[in-house]
Write a protein that binds this ligand. Sequence first.
Ligand SMILES: Nc1ncnc2c1ncn2[C@@H]1O[C@H](COP(=O)(O)OP(=O)(O)OP(=O)(O)O)[C@@H](O)[C@H]1O
Ligand SMILES: [Mg+2]
Length: 406
Amino acid sequence: MSNKDFTTGLVPNEVYKVEAFGNSFKLIDASGTKVGTMGITTGTRKKAYQNGEAVQAYINKNGKKTYRRVDMNVYNSLVIPMNTQEGGVQFEDKGDHTAIKDFIHKGSVSLKPTELVMEELKWKYLIRSAVRAKNIMMTGPSGCGKTMASKALVTALDRPDFYFNLGATQDPRATLIGNTHFDKQKGTFFSESAFVTAIKTPNAVILLDELSRAHPDAWNILMTVLDQGQRYLRLDEAEGSPIVNVAEGVTFIATANIGNEYTSTRVMDRAILDRFVTIEMDVLDDVKELGLLKFMFPEVGEDDLKAIAEISHHTRTQSMSENGKLTSMVSTRASVEMAGLIYDGFELEEAAEISIYPFFSQDGGVDSERTYVKQLVQKYQKDENGEPLFKEVDDTESNEDEIPQF
Ligand SMILES: Nc1ncnc2c1ncn2[C@@H]1O[C@H](COP(=O)(O)OP(=O)(O)OP(=O)(O)O)[C@@H](O)[C@H]1O
Ligand SMILES: [Mg+2]
């Protein structure tokens, strides 16, 4: 991934807003407290004030701290909202509703990583749900960015975070509650799980990745935890056994592959789904896919990236339409993988063979989905002179049966 970090040297948490008091320009830190001038010249402070900009600390090449004018969103994004138990919100320094609206609609925008392709409206809804202490469920097919978006949210919020991959756990009780041990001296004792620690942490953001692949026991255990009216975890099934309350401001974000072709995804219980607001990740179209690939691999020829974007898009429309020729699609994960292989010197056909053919069945030989996708890829192959290897099918020739029309 091209990691163009324009912000090298900037100190992430040292950002001030400038306010005018008569003729002087005072600095306000992220908690709303007036601070000194920090050695910043009057000129810089005045200019920032006039331009509606913030000022951010910057460590230059010689290790000296200076200050730069930056977008006000950088400051706004630092003013972190706090969830309250009722699901209401308080800003640490500002009690008014303008502050939270500003954060959702202005501050949050600059917090979305450029490499995450997601509609701005959905990103804002994601931020808003977290700020309002909702449980959030990201849904969509495999490899469409659910985990990526959830992790981006966690980073954006700058709150204590915990990650649990429930799709990978074999023993939900041990993962979510803990283990009972026996020791000769101490006798039987209980060691609580990392999950118990997480729910006891105020304002924690807890990522429950692959919740749809979790064991049904995990869903049962989570039922009371996720219920806004209960918010507790029972350490034992027995009535009257100890409980752990979910701390104030804790937000859960889960991911689920709902409505896709993978059988390992169990059909989720309605009761557990009802405990979340859902955000459906978009499956990217060819234009957005190409934009992402160009951003990630600016060094790879555009022809190849365009081919990948179009091939992916074609499989997506086919697999999503009722009478489509395919039952699975090339995910964004797979198309990014393909572009990465081409970046490392593989040919388009080779990259396709490695990263996308395995997703398509060979059943049916020449009529198989795999054959169909291979022919699709061939359409984009070039010879040594960069000429298409297979010419577009000419209408006047009668070989339409051999090469599908795309
Ligand atoms: N919307 C997107 N924007 C940018 N990159 C994406 C997007 N979707 C997928 N990717 C790429 O694909 C990779 C896999 O995405 P991610 O792990 O978030 O998928 P997922 O939806 O969680 O899949 P799964 O259901 O298999 O867990 C990412 O690391 C990224 O490179
Ligand atoms: Mg995932």
